[in-house]
Write a protein that binds this ligand. Structure first.
Ligand SMILES: [Zn+2]
Length: 324
């Protein structure tokens, strides 16, 4: 628990442990006269529940006093504990409709997280790696006991919880329904995973994603938040960001550079998505991260295709890409 440096003495950062290489997720607790609002929940693990309970206790907050939970997106570290918090507090849970729908699909059909083996093989991934993928993705859904949000975010409907007014800002990209929360009175911006200080969020051209060009959508969502009058940004991982525009510019530049690197690789001849992934990323990434890298590379590829910069050769057994 850390007191934030703002005029609002009732904003608290809670750090919750994660069972991933990314070690922690930040939750934000905003206390008002009738209780408290929690932004994101942490995953449903014993360690996370214990950490949250202990931090509530040191703040003199009870589970029952949580009246509202605002979920930025459907990933386990952000919404996994929603059912548990709902059970203990009866809080109203807000989430984006697009993410609630995608979460329901994955909870009902965890096999659709990995999806069609054939697709990976055609994109050049070794069959052996595809076979191992399910074993690492299956346990992911165990971190999210099923829940249903009580409310869907509506961009034109600020959530008024005096003294706070939260404006949901739809920022699709990292997930189709990703939502940042802009506290209008103070200019505090809760960015979820949309903008992170040290890493860039994974952007995946996953077959279950309703986004046709997730990279283009993400970049548009980045440009959109630059118009907001933000005083300070509180991300879901890492420390707070003082200059949001500067960080957003860095992330946009990173993706422009990545796209140029893909073109540079293809200047050497046609290549598969997996082969390009292996050029762009560290070859020794753990399986789960290599899988995420594969889908992010595909997101760059789809984006370059849509811009007419590269083209696809859709063969019977393999899909290769080359410069236009
Ligand atoms: Zn995430």
């Amino acid at each position: 628990m850390h007191q934030m440096k703002t005029d609002f003495t009732d904003l608290h950062l809670l750090r919750i442990p994660l069972p991933f290489r990314l070690k922690e997720v930040n939750l934000y607790l905003l206390i008002d006269s009738s209780g408290a609002t929690l932004i994101d929940t942490g995953p449903h693990t014993e360690a996370a529940i214990k950490a949250l309970g202990e931090q509530f206790e040191s703040l003199g907050i009870s589970w029952e006093s949580i009246h509202t939970v605002l979920i930025t997106h459907y990933h386990s570290d952000h919404c996994g504990m929603a059912a548990e918090i709902k059970k203990r507090s009866g809080a109203t849970i807000y989430m984006a409709r697009q993410d609630a729908e995608l979460l329901q699909i994955f909870l009902a059909h965890p096999d659709r997280i990995v999806g069609d083996d054939d697709l990976y093989v055609r994109h050049g991934m070794p069959g052996k790696m595809v076979a191992l993928l399910r074993a690492v993705t299956d346990p992911l859904m165990e971190l999210i006991p099923s829940f249903e949000p009580d409310q869907f975010f509506q961009e034109d409907q600020p959530i008024v919880l005096e003294p706070f007014v939260f404006v949901p800002i739809h920022t699709p990209g990292h997930s189709p329904g990703h939502t940042c929360l802009f506290e209008q009175k103070t200019g505090l911006f809760f960015s979820g995973d949309h903008v992170l200080p040290e890493i860039t969020p994974n952007i995946a051209a996953h077959p279950e994603s309703p986004l046709e060009d997730p990279m283009a959508t993400f970049l548009r969502s980045l440009e959109a938040i630059m118009r907001l009058d933000v005083a300070q940004t509180f991300p879901a991982h890492g420390s707070s960001i003082n200059n949001l525009s500067e960080r957003v510019s860095e992330i946009i530049l990173h993706h422009m550079e990545r796209k140029l690197e893909v073109e540079k690789i293809l200047a050497g001849g046609p290549a598969s998505t997996y082969a390009i992934t292996m050029e762009l990323f560290n070859k020794n990434l753990p399986l789960l991260e290599r899988w995420m890298a594969f889908y992010e590379t595909l997101a760059h590829i789809v984006n370059l295709e849509n811009e007419g910069r590269i083209k696809r050769e859709d063969g019977a057994d393999t899909i290769l890409f080359s410069l236009s």
